[in-house]
Design a protein around this ligand. Structure first.
Ligand SMILES: [Fe+2]
Length: 667
C-alpha cells in the first residue's frame, strides 16, 4: 500500500477518485484516523525515500478493429496482491502512437513480493459539481492483466482494446457502435428509471397482446386505449369537443407539435404553404398504408390552416417500391367527413412514420451518434470534451438500448409491430436522412408567423447557446488550440464515416415548391469531401492539426449544433410525442385504405399493433432523467444553466416549460 499512500500524500492522486471500493474506503478511513503529526512524519519519510532501482512497463494501446493507436489515455500500473488487494506502481499517458512507458519501483509491490502486473486504462475523468463541491470521477474503461512475478522491466507489447468500435453490420447504413465496445453505461439513476418505465408499460402491453392471442376480437381498441394513461388530445377533447380534430389544431401541430414541419411555398401561389410525403420508394409489409400526400395551408390571422389535402394510394395493394398508383384524390374543408378522414391519414404518416423515423430516430439519435462516437474516440485532452460530453455522453447507450428493444429483428418492437411500414427499408431511409444533415451554416428556422412558437423558442435558445459557446471558447482558447490535433482527428473520422450526401431523401420529391426558409436546410456553398468516390454529407471542421480562425469558428458552430439537437430538438420530440401519439383514434397508423371514420375499426392497424404503439410511446417518453435545470449529474456547465434560467420569463411567455429542457440525448 505504501506507494498508493505516497501518491495520495504527495497529491499525485486524489482519494476521492479511488474511493470506489471497500478496500480503498478503508484506506481512506485509516488515514483519516491518523493524527496530523503522524501523517506529516510519514509524508516526510516517503519524500526522502530514495528509489534506487527502477523498472519500466511499456506498451501500446490500439483499437481492436483497426489497430489505430489511441493517444491521451491515462494508464495506471498496479501490482495484484492476494485477496484482491493491489499496490499502485505508477502511471502514464499514451502518446500519439498509443505507446506508454511507466517507471516503477519494484519495492512498491511489497517486501519480498515480485510485481504481478495489471494495467488500468482510464478515459478522462468526469468533473461534476455536487452540493457546490467539485468532484472528479475517474472513468475506468479497461483492466488488462499482465504476468505474475515480474523481476525487471516488462513490455506489454501491442494491447488491443474494444473502445467505441464501429459495428460493421451497420456500416453500409450509418456509423454505429459495437455494443461490447461501449465503455460506460447510463448513470445508475437514469438506467433505473429507464428500466422501470419499460417494465411498467411493457407489462400492460404484454397483457393486451396475450389477451389478443387468446381471442383475436379482444380486447377492443377502447379497452386498449383505457389501459394507458390519458394523453393531451383525449383530455383536450373532453374540455373542447372537436377541437383536436379542427383545422386550427391541425395547423398548430404542424407548426409546433411532434415533428414540426419545415414548410415550402406553393409554386403556383406563394401565399400558400405546403408539406408533402412520397412513399413510392419504400417496400412495405402490406400491413399498413403509406399513401403519398400533399397538404396546402393558408395563413390567416397569424395561424396556419389546411385548405387542401391530396392523397394518392397504391394500386392493387402493391408492396413493392415504385408501385402502380391509384388516381390522386383532393379534399377540402367542404368535404365534411372525408376532410376529417384525410387529415387523419396525413397525421398517421406525419406522426408515426415521418415523426418517429425521420425527426426522432434519424435527426436526433443516429445523426448525433456519429458525432458522439468520434468525440469519444478522439477528444480527451481538449476542453471541447468537457463542453460536449454532458450532452453527448449517453447517445451510444440509448441507441444501443433502442436497437435492442426496437430494432432487433427478432424481439424488437418494430419487428413485433408488423405494420411498421419501414421495416424493409428503414435503415436505408435513416441513411438517406443522415445524408441530408450537416452542421455547416445550420441555425433554427425563422418563425413563419406569430403563432410559430417552436421556431421562436428555438431561436431564443440558439442565442443562449451562441453566448455559452463563445464564452467557453474565450476562456479555453489556448487549450483548444494546443490540442487541435484531437479536433483534426475528430473531423477526419466524422468525414470518413459520414454517409453519402443526398440532395433528396427517400420520401422527398422535387415538386417545384421552394422551402420558406433555408436555415435548417443544407444550402452551404462550402465544399464537401469525396472519399472513395462518395461525396460525404458531413463537411470538414478543419483540414489541419493546427487551427486557424475559420477552423475555430467551425468548431464553435459544431458545438452549438450538437448541443441544440441533443437538448432542445430532442426535448421537443419527447415533450410532444405522447400528446399526439398517445390516442389511437387521433394518430395511429392506418390500414385497409385508411379513409374511414374514427369508429370504423376496419382501418385500424390491429389490436396487437395498437397496444405496441401505445406501450412503446409511453415507455419511451417516460425516461425522465437528465434536465438542464435539474442538472442531476452535476455536469451541465453552470454558465449554461445561468443563461437558460435568465430567460425563464421569455420561455414561459412562449409556453415552454424550462423544466422540460433536457440536458442530453438519453431517451
Ligand atoms: Fe429519443
Amino acid at each position: 500500500m505504501s506507494n498508493f499512500i505516497q501518491n495520495i500524500l504527495s497529491n499525485e492522486a486524489s482519494l476521492e477518485a479511488y474511493a470506489d471500493t471497500e478496500k480503498e474506503l478503508l484506506v481512506f478511513k485509516l488515514i483519516s484516523l491518523l493524527p496530523v503529526s503522524s501523517l506529516l512524519k510519514v509524508r516526510q519519510q516517503l519524500r526522502e525515500k530514495v528509489v534506487n532501482e527502477s523498472y519500466t512497463a511499456t506498451g501500446k494501446i490500439v483499437h481492436t478493429e483497426s489497430a489505430i493507436p489511441i493517444p491521451n489515455l491515462e494508464i495506471e500500473l498496479w501490482d495484484r496482491d492476494i485477496f484482491g488487494m493491489k499496490d499502485f506502481l505508477g502511471h502514464g499517458i499514451t502518446g500519439q502512437d498509443g505507446s506508454f512507458a511507466i517507471f516503477f519501483d519494484p519495492k512498491a509491490s511489497g517486501f519480498g513480493d515480485d510485481a504481478d502486473l495489471e494495467l488500468r486504462v482510464f478515459d478522462p475523468p468526469q468533473i461534476c459539481t455536487i452540493d457546490g463541491k467539485i468532484v472528479k470521477r475517474k472513468n475506468l474503461v479497461e483492466i488488462i492483466k499482465g504476468p505474475d512475478n515480474v523481476q525487471g522491466s516488462y513490455d506489454f507489447g501491442q494491447l488491443s482494446i474494444d473502445y467505441y468500435e464501429y459495428d460493421q453490420e451497420y456500416a453500409k447504413f450509418f456509423p454505429y457502435c459495437v455494443p461490447k465496445s461501449i465503455k460506460h453505461d447510463f448513470v445508475p439513476d437514469a438506467l433505473g428509471m429507464t428500466l422501470k418505465s419499460v417494465a411498467q408499460y411493457g407489462q400492460i402491453m404484454d397483457e393486451i397482446v396475450q389477451k389478443n392471442r387468446r381471442n383475436p376480437d379482444e380486447p377492443s381498441y377502447a379497452e386498449i386505449q383505457k389501459s394507458f394513461p390519458e394523453t393531451s388530445t383525449i383530455i383536450l377533447e373532453k374540455e373542447r369537443p372537436g377541437y383536436t380534430r379542427s383545422d386550427e389544431f391541425f395547423g398548430d401541430r404542424m407548426l409546433n407539435g411532434f415533428n414540426p414541419v419545415i414548410f415550402k411555398k406553393d409554386k403556383d401561389n406563394p401565399n400558400l404553404y405546403t408539406t408533402s410525403f412520397n412513399g413510392e420508394k419504400f417496400k412495405l409489409t402490406g400491413k399498413i398504408d403509406l399513401p403519398n400526400y400533399k397538404v396546402k395551408f393558408e395563413l390567416r390571422n397569424e395561424q396556419l390552416f389546411p385548405i387542401e389535402i391530396t392523397l394518392q394510394f397504391r394500386d392493387n395493394n402493391s408492396i413493392e417500391s415504385n408501385p402502380p398508383l391509384k388516381n390522386s384524390q383532393t379534399y377540402t374543408p367542404l368535404d365534411g367527413n372525408k376532410w376529417l378522414q384525410a387529415k387523419r391519414v396525413v397525421r398517421a404518416t406525419h406522426i408515426g412514420v415521418l415523426g418517429e423515423v425521420k425527426a426522432h430516430l434519424s435527426q436526433c439519435h443516429f445523426n448525433m451518434e456519429q458525432y458522439s462516437i468520434s468525440l469519444l474516440r478522439h477528444v480527451r485532452k481538449s476542453p471541447i470534451r468537457g463542453l460536449l460530453y454532458p450532452h453527448l455522453k449517453e447517445v451510444v447507450h440509448i441507441n444501443n438500448f433502442g436497437r435492442r428493444i426496437l430494432m432487433d429483428p427478432k424481439g424488437g418492437f418494430f419487428a413485433k409491430l408488423e405494420p411498421m411500414p419501414i421495416i424493409p427499408d428503414m435503415l436505408q431511409w435513416v441513411r438517406s436522412n443522415l445524408g441530408s444533415y450537416d452542421w455547416t451554416d445550420w441555425q433554427p428556422r425563422k418563425p413563419l408567423c406569430d403563432s410559430h412558437r417552436y421556431a421562436k423558442i428555438g431561436n431564443l435558445y440558439w442565442g443562449i447557446l451562441t453566448t455559452h459557446v463563445d464564452s467557453f471558447f474565450a476562456e479555453n482558447h489556448d487549450e483548444i488550440v494546443k490540442n487541435w490535433d484531437e479536433i483534426f482527428r475528430f473531423s477526419e473520422e466524422l468525414i470518413q464515416h459520414s454517409v453519402a450526401y443526398v440532395p433528396f431523401t427517400m420520401e422527398q420529391t422535387d415538386d417545384g415548391d421552394e422551402w420558406y426558409d433555408l436555415n435548417e436546410i443544407d444550402n452551404s456553398s462550402n465544399p464537401r469531401r469525396e472519399v472513395n468516390g462518395e461525396v460525404k454529407a458531413i463537411r470538414p471542421i478543419t483540414s489541419s492539426s493546427t487551427a486557424n480562425e475559420q477552423d475555430i469558428a467551425n468548431l464553435k458552430q459544431v458545438c452549438r449544433y450538437l448541443i441544440y439537437q441533443c437538448t432542445y430538438w430532442h426535448s421537443c420530440i419527447h415533450n410532444e410525442h405522447n400528446p399526439e401519439f398517445g390516442e389511437l383514434k387521433y394518430g395511429a397508423l392506418l390500414s385497409n385504405g385508411s379513409m374511414g371514420d374514427e369508429d370504423d375499426e376496419s382501418v385500424m392497424p390491429g389490436q396487437e399493433a395498437a397496444s405496441i404503439i401505445l406501450g412503446a410511446s409511453h415507455m419511451l417518453t417516460n425516461f425522465k432523467y437528465g434536465y438542464i435545470l435539474k442538472n442531476e449529474d452535476g455536469d451541465v456547465p453552470a454558465k449554461l444553466i445561468e443563461l437558460v434560467a435568465s430567460k425563464r420569463a421569455e420561455f414561459e411567455e412562449l409556453g415552454f416549460d424550462l423544466n422540460s429542457l433536457r440536458s442530453r440525448l438519453n431517451s
